[in-house]
Every structure is written in structure tokens, then in C-alpha cells.
Design a protein around this ligand. Sequence first.
Ligand code: XMP
Length: 512
Amino acid sequence: RLLVIDFGSQVTQLIARRLREDGIYCEIHPFNRVDAAFLEEFSPKGIILSGGPSSVRTATAPRPIEAIYAYGVPILGICYGEQCLVAQLGGEVERATHREFGRADVTVVSSSPLFQGVWTEGGTYPVWMSHGDRVIALPDGFHPIATTPSAPFAVIADELRNYYGVQFHPEVVHTLDGARLLSNFTRQICGLSGDWTMASFREEMTAKIKDQVGDGRVICGLSGGVDSAVAAVLIHEAIGDQLTCVFVDTGLMRQGEARAVVDLFREHYHIPLVHVEAEDLFLSKLEGVEDPERKRKIIGGTFIDVFEAEAKKIKGDFLAQGTLYPDVIESVSFDGGPSVTIKSHHNVGGLPERMNLKLVEPLRELFKDEVRHLGQELGLPEGFVKRHPFPGPGLAIRIPGAVTREKADLLRQADAIYLEEIRAEGLYDAIWQAFAVLLPVKTVGVMGDERSYDWVLALRAVTSTDGMTAESYPFEHRFLSRVATRLINEVDGINRVTYDVTSKPPGTIEWE
Ligand code: XMP
């Protein structure tokens, strides 16, 4: 495996993505956590130094420990990482007066295992440059292997020690051949075989879970989403019925979903499952509450109460969570000097501390699409694995104003028709999230010869890569008309349909 030492670049995570896509297992660790003992313990076959916002010329500049150079494995420095390499090995780096970003063309001046099969001597190739400080003198043993007019040391190598440095970012897609360069570093230079697959992850992780849990009992809260389901199935594979799942049914899920979760776990996987039917409780707590934040707080608080009561009965030793890699990567921040912030998920409030439960988080090392992939590997149905995200507070935040059972039922029915039409049109997988919102507005219509006075439904569909920004999906008008006709004909209580064309920002994906 490979070690990525992070110096705080915005794109460090992409290094891990590119390597894993190529079957190379790697982990990212912040520079100030990698000491000699860590290095021994991790025993990497190669090291990548990431980019970062600092200048190596400042006194407080973060540096990797010198021990990495005595460790004897290949090292690739990217951008700031290249400058560290040069500065620490006796070269010279000049403080730049301004930074330069964007496309540049590098010309290869010497063939290298780094370029094997992609770049040839004399050729010119587009890369994504990020020019901070400039390398002006190379350490002994190094020579340039590619240059640009403004960066004579765009790519440098010391083939004897297997040290390489690139001034640009091979991990971003704008560097067309970047993934191939990284692959050459890990395979040709570090000698890694690229056999890390989901099947091998599954095997290793089940062994680890067995080891961690011993003969303890594990509780896993299912949300109906992909992450908790994949975590549960994997844990069950490892420890069988020492696992008990708890599914708190808020009554605020989409049509057929609660049933589907219960059936999948009980009937298909034979995993012990406690199904808490708490619709009445949630609806009574929400009665008359109109403020979106209060609705969210009530649902979150009620969820924790119900879950905790069930967890107490099970007498577990461990709590399983579907925490993912982006939630746990320790990000390096440089406000007032290097510091480390850790983001962590607490899906069920302070429960682990209160009940003295240890955590089992088997997905901590995976990205979202890797979790989907693992889900497929574990035999979860395709439709389940590819399901659009669904918020914890559920339909309650898609019913602006007070939530009632009648409104929830109406929305569930309308939402199912909308999604059915999207699937029939073959658009489901092209959309990040699609759902209906039941507005607290009544308008006048005419159906047959009758006057109607019913609710308005808003349809929402967005594309997004991470939910942080989003664009409204550009449906064809005839599609929206067809959906509107079906909704008004089939859902009693709705007589008008609108389409939300707001992007995020300034809107959010959900309405509340
Ligand atoms: P917004 O509405 O903030 O949503 O643009 C971004 C993404 O997050 C989902 N979302 C939630 N997910 N609990 C969740 O698990 C929540 O309280 C919650 N609120 C919003 C939303 O569906 C979208 O995918």
C-alpha cells in the first residue's frame, strides 16, 4: 500500500481516488501525524507528498519528517510536495511573488519510467499547473525530465533513489494523462500490483470486524439509505447474528420503502431486525409545528429517543455506523499555522458515549461510489444501491408548514408517480435527486365541469456531484406535461403542478 502525506491541498483526496480506481490501496494522513513510528507501522511501498498552500521558504512551512528519505521507498512530490523534496534534499526554492494556476504545456526532455506508455521524448502534453514557489536549483542526483517555458523543472527525477517531483497536479482530470502518470509511479516505480478490489476489501474487512468485535454484540441503525445497509450486510457476513439491526420507521419515508428495507433484511439476508413502527409518535410530535428548524430538531430528537430505548434492550457492546472516508479524512488547515481538524459523524447524537458503546465503522476507508460498488458485491439489489439520497427528516421537510398524516399520504402517492415516470423515461440514473414537494397553497381549477379547489405540487429534480451545488434538471416540456396530467388525474387533492428551476446556490435542494 501507498502513503499519501497531506499538506492541505484542495485536491489531495483526488490522489486517493485516482490510485484506488487503479486498484492501488492508499491512505491519506496529515503531515504532522506521520512520525517515524507511524512510518514503520504503516510500512508503505511508496510515498506521495501532496500539494499545499504554504511556501517552503517560510519558517513555519510544514515539512515531512526527514526519516522518509532514509526509509528507502520511492517518493513522488506533487507541487508543494516537489518543493519540500527539493528543499530537504539540498536544492533551492525561490519564493514566488505571485502564484500561477491553469493549463500549461510540458515538453518531455528525457524518457522516464514515469512516462512509460504515455509521454515520449520531444512530445508536448497539457497539464494543470499550480505554480507557487519555483525550484531554481536541483539537489544532487536530480535532473529535469520535462519542462515548460516558465517552469524549467516541471518534472524532475532522481532515478537512482526513485525520487520524482512534478510541479503540476496529475490527480486532476485537466491533466489528461495524469492518472496514467500516477499509475506508472505506483506500478512501474513502486512495484505495486494494483490488485486492490472490492472483493479483497470485503475479505479483509470481514476479518477485521471479527477481530474487533470478538464475541461482543453489535447494534446497527438502518436509515433506509445505502451506507447503513451496506455496513450492516458486511458486518453480518463477519459476525452473523451477533448483529441486530434497528430500523426506526418514522412514517415519513417514500412509498414502499420501509417495507422494502424490512423485507430485504429479514427475508433476503436473514439479519435480525427490530422494526420500530413509530409513525404515530412522530406525527403527534410534529402536530401543528410549522417552523422548518423546529421540525428537524423534533424529528432528530425523537429518533434518538426511540433508537436509544431499543438499543438498551439489545444490550450491545458496539454501535455500527456507515461513516464514509470524506467524513473522516483529517483535513489540514493553515489558519494561523498548521492545525488539524477532524470531522466526524454522529448520526445518533451522543449515544455511543452515553451507553458506553464502542464504534464499528467498516466503511471509513471508502468513498460513496466505492460503497455502492461494495453493495453490489454483497448482492444488494441494483435499485437499492443506486437509489437517490433521501434526507433523515424525510417527507416532513417536503411539506412546508404543518405535517399531517393526510398530507404525508398525498405526497407519498404523488412522489411515487413522479419517480415512476422518471424511471420509465430512463432518466433516473442521470439525476442526483428527484422528488415532489406538497405546497401549503390551494388554488382553483376546473376538472370536467366541476370547480376544484386543491393543493399545489412542486416537482424538483437536480443534477449534482456531491449535493453541495446543484442544477435544476432540464426536462423536456412534454415530459413535465405528461407527469402533471397523471398527477392531477390520479392524486385526489392536487389540481396544479409546478416545476422548480432554482439552482443551488442560491436555493437548496430540499425546500426546508
Ligand atoms: P440541501 O437541501 O441542503 O441538501 O441542499 C443537500 C443534500 O443533503 C440532503 N439532506 C439531508 N440528509 N439529513 C440527511 O441525511 C438531513 O437532515 C438532510 N437535509 C438535507 C438533501 O436531500 C440533499 O441530498
